[in-house]
Design a binder for this molecule. Structure first.
Ligand SMILES: CC(C)(COP(=O)(O)OP(=O)(O)OC[C@H]1O[C@@H](n2cnc3c(N)ncnc32)[C@H](O)[C@@H]1OP(=O)(O)O)[C@@H](O)C(=O)NCCC(=O)NCCSC(=O)C[C@H](O)C(=O)O
Ligand SMILES: [Mg+2]
Length: 277
């Protein structure tokens, strides 16, 4: 299953911020993030939950986030804040509501696009069923996963390879988005770039982030290189010139119509939808 151009969205950089941080909710309007995630869950202390909910509702209703996709992460089912968060999110009308610590198929809420965190061992094992139940994106939570698995997050993320791959497979099998986990070491640009490159190689659409300084690195890592763009343009041009062909040689490479689909996706990622054919 693939995303169509109609449903296609760039989600290279997805910046979390605590819903209680009014300054951050405002500042993000000036930042180059594809997605902004207003967190009511782990970044907000219990005695600040109500105020954070109020601030987020106000911010989402007021808008001003331009082309950025606006997402609210609510508190999980079974917490004292879940019900009121849910009502607020439904009424405020963000682009999506992110549910933490999902472990089973979704309850459907009308008028609400739902995203799921994959951040427990059970969720990883159930990822396909969760993805198939109506969520529009899977978001890896490596911090919670590390805690639950009793495994450290190391460069290369050895303990999490299966979880990361299973999340991408589940998302792709169900035609939905897959977003990689956060990188905690703010300021370690080299480490972040390596982890972004790893996420892109695994097939993620983008990376969740925690600080504005991480945006440019993620945006670059999840954008096609000039070489990839050039090749994609050549593939689209070749099939446009020979519309009846099933297979062609482009720049010495065997190229089928499946490669044309990939080329179109590459061009859309670069904002070249008009050239995607
Ligand atoms: C980690 C931070 C608390 C650090 O904040 P701070 O000390 O204020 O950083 P700086 O002084 O370097 O900030 C410089 C300016 O940038 C703004 N800022 C900082 N972070 C953000 C942000 N995330 N979004 C928007 N703007 C941000 C500061 O306000 C400063 O602005 P200015 O005043 O104009 O100079 C902080 O970065 C932070 O809170 N980050 C996000 C934390 C968060 O949301 N965590 C929850 C999600 S992560 C997670 O739980 C994933 C998953 O569930 C899992 O299990 O893995
Ligand atoms: Mg988490």
């Amino acid at each position: 299953m693939t995303q169509t151009s109609a449903s296609f969205r760039r989600r290279r950089s997805c910046l979390y911020m605590p819903g209680s941080n009014a300054r951050a909710l405002e500042k993000v309007k000036t930042l180059d993030a594809d997605v902004v995630i207003f967190d009511l869950e782990d970044a907000v202390l219990p005695d600040q939950k109500a105020e954070a909910r109020r601030l987020v509702a106000e911010a989402v209703r007021a808008g001003g986030y331009g082309p950025r996709e606006v997402v609210i992460r609510i508190n999980g089912a079974g917490t004292p804040w879940h019900g009121e968060d849910l009502i607020m999110a439904r009424d405020a009308g963000p682009d999506a509501v992110l549910f933490p610590k999902v472990e089973a198929a979704a309850d459907r809420f009308d008028g609400m696009v739902q995203w799921a965190m994959i951040e427990t061992p059970r969720a990883v094992l159930e990822a396909d069923r969760i993805a198939a139940s109506g969520f529009a994106a899977l978001v890896v939570g490596t911090n919670d996963l590390a805690k639950e698995m009793h495994a450290p997050i190391t460069p290369g993320r050895d303990a999490f390879r299966v979880a990361l791959q299973q999340t991408v497979l589940a998302a792709r099998a169900n035609g939905i988005a897959a977003l990689d986990g956060v990188y905690n070491d703010i300021g370690n640009d080299e480490g972040l770039a390596a982890e972004c490159a790893d996420g892109a190689l695994l097939g993620f659409d983008g990376k969740t982030l925690i600080h504005p300084s991480q945006l440019e690195i993620a945006n670059r890592a999840f954008s096609p290189s000039e070489e990839e763009l050039e090749h994609a343009r050549a593939v689209v041009a070749a099939f446009a010139a020979q519309p009846e062909a099933g297979v062609l040689k482009v720049k010495g490479r065997m190229t089928e119509r499946l490669h044309l689909e990939e080329a179109r996706r590459t061009l859309m990622l670069a904002g070249e939808a008009e050239h995607a054919g």
